[in-house]
Structure formats: structure tokens, C-alpha cells
Design a protein around this ligand. Structure first.
Ligand SMILES: Cc1ncc(COP(=O)(O)O)c(C=O)c1O
Length: 375
């Protein structure tokens, strides 16, 4: 059993994918070729923004947004400590200070009230907070309408880290379409994954679009005119062509992910596990199916002996990572993120997970807790 079965997915679309790849290989246009533009237009329409820019990864997408907005030395950005490291890493790479705020124990998302609290504390310390960067986690969109209103009121940029949530919705509006700009990732294991690193920026702001378009290619606005200190953060034509093929199947895959998630919910009912709460106005794309469970580490070991792969997203919140030591945070600063890190487990999740595999996973979990009860 695979945690995320990319091989089955490849076999399903193999003919179309190989045709697209061959076309690019024979075209001679390997970087920012016509498929990149086609992908940008297609995905901007899907997300509901005016602009999209294909870039080299989700990490670079986030960094380019910060750089293009002029966020750097002397500035601070508020984000969640319960995320993949890239979210906070880019804030520091831009030269700004990371300010964390705690999460909602049910949705696992950065809460507007904790953002407000962290903002007040940061301002009291004299920090110049410029932006809030919520993460749409495990496929569930962040509290985007609330945070959008909050940022507008406070004069802050809202930058959504939508690296795990391409296709997710809040009130029928897509993740990626809120705030000043958003970044998504097409890392192979993401809901819409490429066959290598790839990412995208979404925005409605024409100036920001033009700046990022230049930044991704060495700050170049005309051939060999370098307006800005830029990057090499371009998207390969090959990845764009493959993503266009996979995107055609993506709406169906989102539906299959709902079926898999609903089946898990039914099968796991009655066991001592707590699901990530998906509010009624949200559509999750289930980048992960993550639960809070008692005796997490023992359960992980038990499932491994039954050949069931699991993952822990994330075992250590970012404020307690050695790389962020200099920020001065301590254990106890973000209790919700800290207890989640001790309790979460992600189960195998992909659109092609069979009912038989899900039953096997759940009976192994049930056996673990029933044995414990019997002791
Ligand atoms: C929340 C989050 N932010 C940022 C990233 C970075 O994306 P990438 O791996 O494409 O650089 C990822 C994915 O890996 C992620 O999950």
C-alpha cells in the first residue's frame, strides 16, 4: 500500500502524459514555452484571479510575492507555527522577522483572534508588521474571508500559502483568490502535482504581476535590462504541459478525494480519533487526511507492522525548531500547535485509494485501540 499512489495515477493518464511530454521534447522550447502561458491562463480562470505566474516551486512562489511587495529587513510577517517549514523559511529568506500566532485545535488553522493578539504584541515591541501569511492546511482553506477583512482594517497584506489547497473553496470561492496574492505548489505529492518541482503565484494586482514576472527571470523587464535584483525561478515547459494534462482530470480527482474522505469518516466512527473539522462552507481537497489520536507514536508503530504507511504532519511546531531558535520562542508559547504536534497522524490519502485498503487501515486502527481497552 502506498501513502500517496502516484504510480497508479500515472498509469491512468499515461498515454496523454507521454504524448504531451514528447511534444515538448520535440519542440525545442523547454523554459517558459507556450504551455506555461496556457497553464497560467487556465489556472487563473479556475482559481478566479486575473493573473497567474508559473514558477519553479511553491517556496519560490511565496518568496517572489514577499520580494515583489518589498517586504524585507525591518519588517515582520505573522504566520502559523503548525505548517511545513517553507512558510516561515521564506519570510526569513526575504530578510523579515517571523511572528507566530496559534491555531484552532479543531480546524488546525491560524485563527483570526490569535493573529490579532500576535499583531498587538508585535506592535507593542515596535515591530513593523507588513503581512499575514495563513496556511490552507491539508487541503482546507484558511480563515480567508475573516483574515481578508482583518488585513484590510489593519493595513496589512494578506498572502495565502495555498501550497496544499489548490482547488479548495470557502463560500464557493477558491483558495488562492483571496488577499493580495497567493502561492501554490505542484510538488508531485500535492493534490495537483507535477513530475518535478513547480509552483504558481495568483494575484489580481497588475503591478505585482509585472514585478513577479520580471523577478522570476533575473529581474529582467526587457532582454538584458535588469530592473530588479531577481532570481532564476522559472517554470519548465515540460512541467506545464504535464500539469495541463493532469488538470483536465483534476475536478474528477477532487470528487474522488471527497469519497475517500467520507468513507474514512464512516469507517472510523466510534473509534477514539478526532478528524480535522471541515466547516460547512468549505470544500477541502484533502491534501492529507489527518487525525488527532491518543497514543500516536504507538499507533504509528502498530500500523507499520501491518504494512500501513503513515506520516506525521508535523511532529515539531516551527517555533520549537532549532532553525528558528533566535526568535526566542519557548515551549508553551503556542499550546494548541504544540499539542497537535504530539497527536496528529496522516493516513494514506489519494483519489485511487480502494475501499478494501481503507477497510484494512481502519481495522488495524480498531484492533490497536480494542487491544488497549482489553488490557
Ligand atoms: C504549506 C506549504 N508551504 C510551502 C510549501 C513549499 O512548496 P514546494 O515544495 O513546491 O517548494 C509546501 C510544500 O512542500 C507546503 O506544504
Amino acid at each position: 500500500m502506498e501513502f500517496i499512489d502516484l504510480k497508479t495515477q500515472y498509469q491512468r493518464y499515461q498515454n496523454e502524459l507521454e504524448k504531451a511530454a514528447l511534444r515538448v521534447l520535440r519542440s525545442g522550447r523547454y523554459i517558459l514555452g507556450p504551455e506555461v502561458k496556457e497553464l497560467e491562463e487556465t489556472l487563473a480562470t479556475f482559481v478566479g484571479t486575473k493573473y497567474a505566474l508559473g514558477v519553479s516551486s511553491g517556496t519560490d512562489a511565496l518568496l517572489l510575492i514577499l520580494k515583489a511587495l518589498g517586504i524585507g529587513k525591518g519588517d515582520a510577517v505573522i504566520t502559523t507555527p503548525f505548517t511545513f517549514v517553507a512558510t516561515a523559511e521564506v519570510i526569513r529568506r526575504a530578510g523579515a522577522q517571523v511572528v507566530f500566532a496559534d491555531i484552532d485545535p479543531q480546524t488546525f488553522l491560524l485563527t483570526p483572534s490569535s493573529v490579532a493578539k500576535s499583531l498587538a504584541q508585535a506592535r507593542q515591541k515596535g515591530l513593523r508588521v507588513k503581512a499575514v501569511m495563513p496556511v490552507s492546511l491539508f487541503g482546507l482553506a484558511a480563515y480567508l474571508p475573516e483574515l481578508e477583512a482583518f488585513c484590510r482594517k489593519e493595513g496589512l497584506f494578506l498572502i495565502e500559502d495555498a501550497c496544499q489547497s489548490f482547488g479548495a473553496e470557502v463560500n464557493g470561492r477558491k483558495s488562492g483568490s483571496f488577499g493580495k496574492a497567493s502561492a501554490t505548489s505542484f510538488f508531485p505529492a500535492k493534490p495537483l502535482g507535477a513530475y518535478g518541482d513547480a509552483g504558481m503565484v495568483f494575484t489580481n494586482d497588475p503591478e505585482l504581476y509585472e514585478t513577479i514576472k520580471a523577478l522570476r527571470i533575473h529581474g529582467q523587464t526587457q532582454r538584458y535590462l535588469h530592473q530588479y535584483q531577481g532570481f532564476n525561478a522559472r517554470l519548465d515547459t515540460l512541467q506545464a504541459a504535464l500539469l495541463l494534462v493532469k488538470f483536465k482530470h483534476y475536478p474528477e480527482e477532487i470528487e474522488l478525494r471527497q469519497e475517500v474522505a467520507n468513507r474514512y469518516r464512516k469507517l472510523l466512527a466510534g473509534l477514539p480519533v478526532t478528524f480535522q473539522h471541515i466547516p460547512k462552507n468549505c470544500l477541502s481537497v484533502y491534501a492529507q487526511f489527518t487525525l488527532r489520536v491518543p497514543q500516536r507514536d504507538k499507533l504509528v508503530a502498530h500500523l507499520a507492522t501491518h504494512g500501513i504507511p503513515t506520516a506525521i504532519h508535523y511532529p515539531r511546531p516551527l517555533h520549537l525548531q532549532p532553525a528558528f531558535k533566535e526568535l526566542g520562542y519557548r515551549e508553551g508559547d503556542f499550546p494548541e500547535a504544540e499539542s497537535l504536534a504530539k497527536e496528529v497522524i496522516s493516513l494514506p490519502m489519494h483519489p485511487f485509494l480502494t475501499q478494501a485498503d481503507q477497510e484494512k487501515i481502519v481495522s488495524a486502527i480498531a484492533a490497536f485501540y480494542n487491544e488497549k481497552e482489553a488490557v
